[in-house]
Design a protein around this ligand. Structure first.
Ligand code: G
Ligand code: G
Ligand code: MN
Ligand code: NA
Length: 250
């Protein structure tokens, strides 16, 4: 069966699952999670998102798939809001630019937030610099509408894409995630890591919270803490986990 047909079936038959990767503060306390979708295929086993997200973006399935991801994250946030241990956690969901470009996206988000009783201020959308390739003004206006509903925006994989430093000012962001390739360039605590310092300085001047991605070593963690990052994510703390495994470490 073509992967396209089976992806439609996957959506209907609940073969998709959200994994969660923790984000920690400088004391390594888990303060947030990033939701990462997995496809548990009945014959082929787990298929990574890098294999089906691009396809779903091409054939339009990203719209219902993306809505499923947002709804699942919101239901989780609504449940977590009732328990003291988890009530302060936020969940970040990756958005495809195709979702932001679609006509009904703002209404879809509003409907999901209402129907799930998602707590305000706990959902974050991660977008990438591909948004600069389209009609930026139209995207910005949708982002403003969504922010009014209490959703925050983060720019993901920052530093690898198409944005100029001046363009980043135009979009209403709350957070900036430094791409993991820059983190992985840090070899020691006294590394110069000029690009990282530059990105952090810019982000802070713009009033953005700074997240470092792809932290794998203590040297990288120490360097990034000293450089002024607020939040850290990477295999040093935890890989993405299925819900049951995540529950044990919360
Ligand atoms: O960790 P991982 O292999 O899960 O992620 C691979 C890529 O797939 C990342 O770039 C991530 O942003 C993307 N991705 C994971 N989940 C989603 C999702 O729900 N929607 C979109 N659009 N991208 C996702
Ligand atoms: O594009 P985005 O940042 O959403 O994708 C996250 C991807 O990075 C996922 O595939 C996730 O599994 C992966 N990832 C998360 N932490 C690390 C890390 O410390 N090292 C590496 N190499 N990959 C990571
Ligand atoms: Mn991401
Ligand atoms: Na990223």
């Amino acid at each position: 069966v073509a992967i396209e047909t089976s992806l439609k079936r996957a959506l209907k038959k609940n073969e998709l699952e959200l994994y969660y990767q923790p984000k920690v503060d400088d004391a390594q306390t888990i303060i947030a999670l990033e939701a990462l979708v997995r496809w548990n295929h009945p014959e082929r086993g787990f298929i990574p998102p890098s294999e089906f997200i691009p396809l779903a973006e091409e054939n339009g399935l990203i719209i219902p798939l993306g809505a499923w991801v947002i709804k699942t994250a919101c239901l989780q946030l609504a449940r977590w809001s009732l328990e003291e241990k988890t009530s302060s956690l936020t969940i970040a969901v990756n958005l495809s630019i195709k979702q932001l470009q679609s006509d009904n996206f703002v209404a879809t988000v509003e409907r999901i937030l209402k129907s799930t009783k998602c707590p305000k201020g706990k959902l974050i959308f991660e977008i990438t610099e591909t948004l600069f390739m389209g009609d930026v003004d139209a995207i910005v206006s949708k982002m403003r509408n969504i922010k009014e509903m209490g959703v925050h925006f983060s720019i993901d994989d920052f530093g690898t894409g198409y944005s100029s430093l001046s363009a980043i000012k135009k979009i209403p962001l709350d957070e900036l995630k430094i791409d993991q390739s820059f983190t992985q360039d840090i070899k020691s605590t006294d590394d110069e890591a000029v690009i990282i310092h530059t990105i952090i300085g810019m982000a802070k001047n713009l009033g953005l919270r700074v997240v470092a991605e792809g932290v794998e070593t203590n040297a990288q963690f120490e360097f990034l803490k000293n450089a002024g990052c607020h939040v850290f994510q990477g295999y040093l703390f935890s890989k993405p986990l299925p819900f049951e495994a995540l529950k044990k470490i919360l």
